[in-house]
Design a protein around this ligand. Structure first.
Ligand code: GLN
Length: 446
């Protein structure tokens, strides 16, 4: 049924870069056989899953939405892929994304924009727009995205889905092509809270191959979902409500807050004094790490190589000039500048210090509160082409998501209302490894 759906709608939506239908059908047959033979099956058995194309898959093209990796076929599976296969999940294909996960609209992909299934004239959000659109359109039941500064929560908000950004260290990054290592984390999409919780349980857990992976005891996010949230302490950061945003978004989120009060939550206004520095801090740290990470795409080791060169330097220069898109080049230049001698202290080092202050804001808040609520994105899903020529306007979409990545904590976005047929996302933020708090709250609200 899902493959049929892909055939019907993906020509319009463009959620996929690569489809793996033959392998998927073989896998489905194997699960059938297991059931017939009375063998046990995994927790994701038979579920069609989409994978963002920056997560490496053995013998399946992995492009990062870039010309430079257009024909790159990895020789191994990422840890999360091994987990999905081990639990009998069925991978239906690799989904479209902003090039190297840089963007908030999935318009910077070399393979063309993905459209929002709710309104084909609008963006699905980004950078994991393909993964979100595929779930929304019914092409897969679950999907994986990645988060560096909101790339799961923002498309979840724009496509009316549940999207989770787990605590840094909960999910292995082994085999996830890095954008900014200190911020990156694999995230999940589901049609509802229980679906997303199932997907998260499927991929969470310690991995010796990721040095930043943490040993966490309980990664079963399903059994406690329905627990009461009476007495849950809820903070509303005034800095996230008093910014310049679409009033209709704010109204829908404030209505949601009322529902939490009815459910027995104790809601209070709080302050996160360093919130306003989140966006500039993120764009200095992220671009710095990007400029260093993307040095590996040199025309020698992976993927594309320019045909036009007469020296080693020209291989590098021409390959990168031809292989990377505009946004990627912009960030390499910004990051190289922020890290360069003479500017390093004023930009990179300063940003690292502010990052600590932002983290401390959340540490203080979580001494008194279990969860924090805010809008996910300050606007409704915007039109294709509306912001692509204006990078700063595009960056502003990340205003309320990036601090969570800087602090390494967890958050999710879920639908909380509609405005003129377009979904509004509610962000629920939790402390490090307190995924259960945000999931219980989301489930009670749903
Ligand atoms: N929109 C943000 C950016 O462009 C977030 C990207 C992400 O989370 N991968 O940096």
């Amino acid at each position: 049924a899902h493959i049929k759906k892909i055939d019907e709608v993906d020509g319009d939506i463009n959620a996929f870069i690569t489809l793996t239908r033959e392998e998927a059908l073989k896998q489905a047959d194997e699960i059938d056989r297991k059931i017939k033979d009375g063998e046990s099956i995994g927790s994701l058995a038979g579920i069609p899953i989409g994978i963002k194309d920056n997560i490496v898959t053995r013998n399946i093209k992995t492009t990062c939405g870039s010309k430079i990796l257009e024909n790159f076929i990895p020789p191994y599976d990422a840890a999360v892929i091994e987990k999905i296969k081990g639990k009998d999940g069925i991978i239906l294909g690799k989904t479209n994304m902003d090039e190297f996960a840089m963007g908030s609209s999935t318009e910077t992909s070399y393979f063309g924009s993905t459209k929002n299934p709710i309104d084909l004239e609008r963006v699905p959000g980004g950078s994991s727009g393909g993964s979100a659109a595929a779930v929304k359109a019914g092409e897969v039941a679950l999907s994986l995205g990645s988060e560096t500064g909101g790339s799961v929560r923002e498309p979840a908000s724009f496509c009316g889905l549940v999207g989770i950004k787990p605590t840094y260290g909960l999910v292995s990054r082994y085999g996830v092509i890095p954008m900014a290592n200190s911020l990156d984390q694999v995230g999940v999409f589901g049609r509802d809270v229980a679906d997303a919780a199932l997907m998260l349980s499927g991929i969470a857990g310690y991995d010796i191959k990721d040095s930043t992976s943490m040993k966490v005891e309980d990664t079963d996010y399903l059994t406690k979902l329905a627990e009461d949230i009476k007495g849950m302490r809820i903070g509303l950061p005034k800095e996230y409500f008093n910014i310049d945003m679409d009033k209709r978004v704010k109204e829908e989120v404030l209505k949601a807050v009322k529902v939490f009060e009815k459910l027995g939550g104790e809601v209070e206004e709080i302050s996160l004094p360093y919130a306003e520095y989140g966006l500039p801090t993120y764009y200095i740290i992220a671009t710095s790490e990007i400029s260093s990470n993307l040095a590996r795409f040199d025309g020698i080791r992976y993927g594309y190589r320019s045909k036009d060169y007469s020296s080693l330097d020209e291989i590098y220069i021409n390959t990168r000039s031809e292989g990377f898109g505009e946004e990627v080049k912009r960030r390499i230049m910004l990051g190289t500048y922020a890290l360069s001698s003479g500017y390093h202290d004023a930009y990179y080092k300063k940003a690292q210090r502010v990052r600590t202050l932002i983290k401390k804001d959340f540490d203080e808040a979580f001494k008194k509160y279990d969860i924090i609520l805010s809008p996910t994105v300050p606007t409704l899903p915007f039109k294709l082409g509306e912001k692509i020529e204006d990078p700063l306007a595009m960056y502003m979409s990340d205003l309320m998501t990036v601090s969570v990545n800087l602090a390494g904590i967890c958050a999710l976005s879920m639908p909380c209302g509609m405005v003129e047929g377009l979904p509004v996302g509610l962000q629920i933020i939790g402390d490090r490894f307190k995924e259960m708090n945000i999931l219980k709250a989301a489930y009670a609200f749903e």
